[in-house]
Design a protein around this ligand. Sequence first.
Ligand SMILES: [Zn+2]
Length: 182
Amino acid sequence: MLKNWFVVPTRLPLVRRRCHACASERSQASGKFRVNANHKLIDAWLLVLCTDCGATAKLTVLERVTVRSVRPELLNRLHDNDPGLTAELLQDPAVQHRNRIALDWDDAWRLDTGGSDHLDHEVIDVSVRFAARIPVRPVRLIAEGCGLSRAEVDRLLTEGKLVSAARLSGKLSGDFTFTLKR
Ligand SMILES: [Zn+2]
């Protein structure tokens, strides 16, 4: 039996960064941007709030770039505080690198298995698709999706009854497939 599972975000991830006011390690997106146009140059920031003390911090999105080089669509979305843009920018490797942040996806995603009909089958082939690059433990995912304990999944892996071209022992954040025989 062939199944498609989906790893989907349920909310925005938290931002891992140290708060300058209270040393908390987590911030959350405020949903707002700040845009500053000065002559022909433009700066834009994504505003985040410390989860502990609420202090605001700015993540750089655009830094002194010429207005003409910015797509009008992007400018509109910045001015409109487009929620989809917040999600896109938080996951943008360039934005993460520039601001030295990482994302915390704990409790911010769910697994959608499209029903439980696969539980009755002896052999299932599952294609797991990620709607965002969310780091998850495949063992945990498979345990949850197949109604097994993690120890049972580990045992099936050791016995060669759970096979995949991907490494299932660590964390994955991109599409993979696996076959499970019971
Ligand atoms: Zn703080």
